[in-house]
Design a protein. Sequence first.
Length: 746
Amino acid sequence: MDGQEKISGVIEKITYQNEENGYTVCQISCKSSDYDGELITLVGTMPMINVGEMISAEGQWSFHRTFGRQFSVEYFEKELPTDSVTILHYLSSKTVKGIGPKTAAKIVAKFGESTFEVIEKDPERLAEIPGITVAKAREISRSFNEQKDIRAVMLFCRDHLGPTLAVKIHKRWGGAAIDIMKENPYVLCDEINGIGFEKADKVAKSLGLEGNSPQRVRSGIIYVLNYNANVNGHTLVPYERLVELTCALLDVDRQSCEDAIDVLEYKKRVVTGKVGGRRCVYLTEYYKAEKYIKDKLDMLESTSVKIEADEAEELIRRTESELGIEFDKMQKKAILHSLLGGVLVLTGGPGTGKTTVIRGIIRLFKSLKMKYILAAPTGRAAKRMTEATGEEAKTIHRMLEMMYTDEREAKFMRNSENPLDEDLVIVDEASMIDTRLMEALLRAVKPGSRIVIIGDSNQLPSVGAGTVLGEILESERYRTVSLTKIFRQAGESLIVTNAHAINAGEDPEIYSKRSDFFFIEREDEQAIADTVANLCVNRLPKKYGSELLGQIQVITPSHKGVAGTDALNIMLQKALNPPSPRKREKKHREVVFREGDRVMQIKNDYDILWSKDGMDGYGIFNGDIGTVISVLYDDECMLIDFDGRLTRYEFSMLDELEHAYAITVHKSQGSEYPYVIIPIYNCGDRLLTRNLLYTAVTRAQTMVVLVGKAELIHRMVQNNRQAKRYTGLKYILSEDGNPYEAHRHG
């Protein structure tokens, strides 16, 4: 590797090793001529290394403020020692199962520098040593050869995949891994988590595989379908569009693509058929998910224990009396429908009383001695649901007891074989639930139970593929109640009334003197960014009190631009938490994390241990915001406080974090913040949309401040463009008659 240095030596000590990602800190006794005999610290991704092994590493020197000079490893190889002394050191390290220090000494004393040849090719000779049986000798040989296989796989994967993926590949296929990859390198992206089409394609090219090989074209089609699901939100792709995209991506002819689709359908990797009168192609898992959603909702509707209307009305009157309130007509209708059938879909904007309905349903089902559970897609949404109802709410993933397999793939322990115990499942923020998550949720709901699906279809769609809530609503297949009345207290808030105006395609009232919605006109993007920073640092805390500093959230349409999250996070970190001799910091890639920084978890991690008030728990979730409490150089970690949950983040985990002084609207979904500042700048019509502005405004509890151009606010309100998603659920839901007839008259 150009510009890099090479060193080699025997591993003397392993200070730290993360078994999940292979990040390791170790010391080697160097054998390289320039550093012969020196004890050198190596840091980097070095999975499955052991004390006593000889390694050769490539990388660069770096300087750690606590530990001094270190060698940062970019690539490494294991090497077998060649002389009796290092062979003894290697075997004494217990790298080879069945051999400890005493047995190692006996083996090396007898076979010397021929030890490895004997172990590999003639292991029965080990039985000549007292205490080693023939069976044990064969086990020693098997373990030794496994280490040899790992070295071979790492060497094969060196240029394109790296050591961490090499270990995954070896775990999957063992000694056959290299032969399997040579026969069909595209099996990598089918069976190894973390390897996409591009990486497999590089391996294929290095092996001389033809560009129009059937394996490559089939893998390319799967890649295009996956890309469109994960990036564009499509659960299917029109046939002609798929062929066009694949031909362009792979530079192959149409016939090759059509033949590949036929083979993939025969192998049940894809499903083709007419959707909305147009021939389309699904990944099989998405087709099955959409079919299951419809079938399970129908089954819940038909199998739930019905309560007669007269009895239901009496139960509602009793609940009103117990709660000391009188439900509005549509609220009462929603509660009634939760009793009359197995599926209820409840929608409504801010201030329309959705929480009152939830509390009423909970109270009613509690009186019936029926078990219930509350859930939401994100940690912050679940927390908000808990605060609003006084009942514990979990993330959907936590409720379904998600775990990771050895291959780091998600698996839900609650499913059709092990369903939830509850008679009623209430799930909020359903606009954020994608197709596969809705399938997993419904698989865990037992037959005869009820489900209440609550959401605001005018918010942004789910990050994952599908538009489940919108399509269920559009189908009119299940009992649906839309709350539209703004209640008196909510109506006094300009945040609420402006949110409803935006949703109706009307310009919000931005020049009002009322105290919870403000607009500051700024012409250029730099002025917008400067004003946002000044509001956070000076103006709002000065006017409303310094305690506001931790309650202000900047929400932007985009990462990019001078007023986007990337630039604003740098600006706000410098203003709110500047470098200080009293604050330790850790640079990770191009980002500096500093004690006192506001940070966000950007993926669900169910394995992170946290402590709160003497209690331990697991899981920090996508969208959770916390504060860096300590940077601990000696322990190679940071301590972060997420709303009282104290967690330990090893430096190798910092890819899961980003600064959160400013976040995108998409990342804010499911959350609420006391004070929200929204920069309105020209970042393209794709992002300047009505539902994006509506979603951003509805994140605020106490105050919204818009900073930018009034004409852009008008453009956003008028731009009701929503990115079209190719999905089939709405067509599947309309395939046959409704599972019940009375809902239209309810």
